[in-house]
Design a protein around this ligand. Sequence first.
Ligand code: NAD
Ligand code: MG
Length: 356
Amino acid sequence: MSDSIRTIQVHTRPAYAVTIGSGLLSRCGQQLRDVLPLCHVAVVTDSTVAPLYLETVKQSLAAAGFTVSSYVFPAGEAHKNLETLAGILEFLAEAHLTRTDCVAALGGGVTGDMAGFAAAAYLRGIRCVQLPTTLLSAVDSSVGGKTAIDLKAGKNLAGAFLQPAAVLCDTDCLASLPAAMFADGAAEAIKTGVLSDESLFSLFETGRLETDPGSVIARCVQYKAGVVERDEKEQGERRLLNLGHTVGHAIEKCSGYAIPHGHAVAAGLAIIARSAEALGWTEAPIAGRIAACLAKNDLPTGTAYSAQALADAALADKKRAGGDITLVIPKRIGVCELKKVPVTELLPIIAAGLEG
Ligand code: NAD
Ligand code: MG
C-alpha cells in the first residue's frame, strides 16, 4: 500500500479538504487543529467501530487540546433510524455542545449519514467532520454533504445537506474491513467508473485494486467533488450519482435492509444496464461487461425479487416527482444520462433488466 497522503479540495460553500492516506486517525487531532477552533468534539461511532478505532481518535483529539466525548450506537443499517438520531441529539445536548463545537462521524456510511444529520439538526446546525472507515464511506458517502436516516416508508427519507468541515480518510482502516464490506465499497467505485471513468472501471475488471486503494479513493472523491461543486443540492447533474440506486434502494427495502447498500446498488446497476441495453438506450452492448466486473468483485448481478415488488418499493421512494421518475441510464462505460420516465413505465423497465 502506498503511504502517500493525497488531498482533494471540495469547492462548496463552505469549502473543505478530503485528506486520504495511512495513519490519519492517530494524527486526527493535529490535522483538525487546522480547520477547527479548540472546541468540544463529540465523536459518534457504532458498536463495531468503537472497539477498533475510538480510543485512537479520542487520544489524538485530546492530545491536540480538544475536549472530547463519545457516543456509540448499535451497528447496522437497521439502526439508521429516528430512534438512534434521537439518542445522538439527546447526547449532544447532555454533553452541552454549543454552536462552536463539532461532531466527528467515525465509521461507515450509516454513521456518517446519522452523525451528519444530527450535526445539521442540533442547534440548527453545528460543524461536522467525517472520519470514514469503510471503503464505501471513503469513496462516496463522506463527501458531498448528504446526510439522512431511513423511515419506515424507505431509505434516506429524512435528512439535510451539511458539508463537512473536513474529511480524514485513513486507508489503514480498510485492513479490518470484512471482504463483503470491501465489496460494498467496490460497488460504489465501479458505479463511479461507469459514470465517468472507463480506466477506473477497468481497474475493477482486472482486479488490481488492492495494491493502492488510496488512489482509487482519490479518483472517486475527485469525480464526486466536481459533481457536488456544480450541483450541491441535487437539482440536476448530481442525480447521476444515483446510478443503480432506484432499483438498489428497492432491493434494500424489499430485504428489510438485510442486503447491504453496496450489494443492492451492484444488483441495481446490473439490472438498469440490462434494461437500458434491452430497450435500445445504450450505444453498444455494455450489460455483460458491467455484470462481469461486478461478479469479479464478488458482487451480485441480479435479484430474486419480482419486478412488481421492486417497482412498488421504488415508487414509495422520494425520487418520485409528480408522475415521473428520473432514472440514470448508462450509455457506455464512462458516460451516463438522466432519463425522465412516467412512473407507469418503471415496472416494464425493471422487468426488462431482470435475468431469466
Ligand atoms: P455501515 O456504516 O453500516 O458499515 C458497514 C459495517 O462495517 C458496519 O457494521 C460497521 O460497523 C462496520 N465497519 C465500519 N468500518 C469498519 C472497519 N474499518 N473495520 C471493520 N468493520 C467496520 O455501511 P457502509 O456500507 O459504510 O455505508 C452504507 C450507508 O451509506 C447506507 O446507509 C447508504 O444509504 C449510505 N450512503 C450515503 C451516501 C451519502 O452521500 N450520504 C452515499 C452512499 C451511501
Ligand atoms: Mg450509494
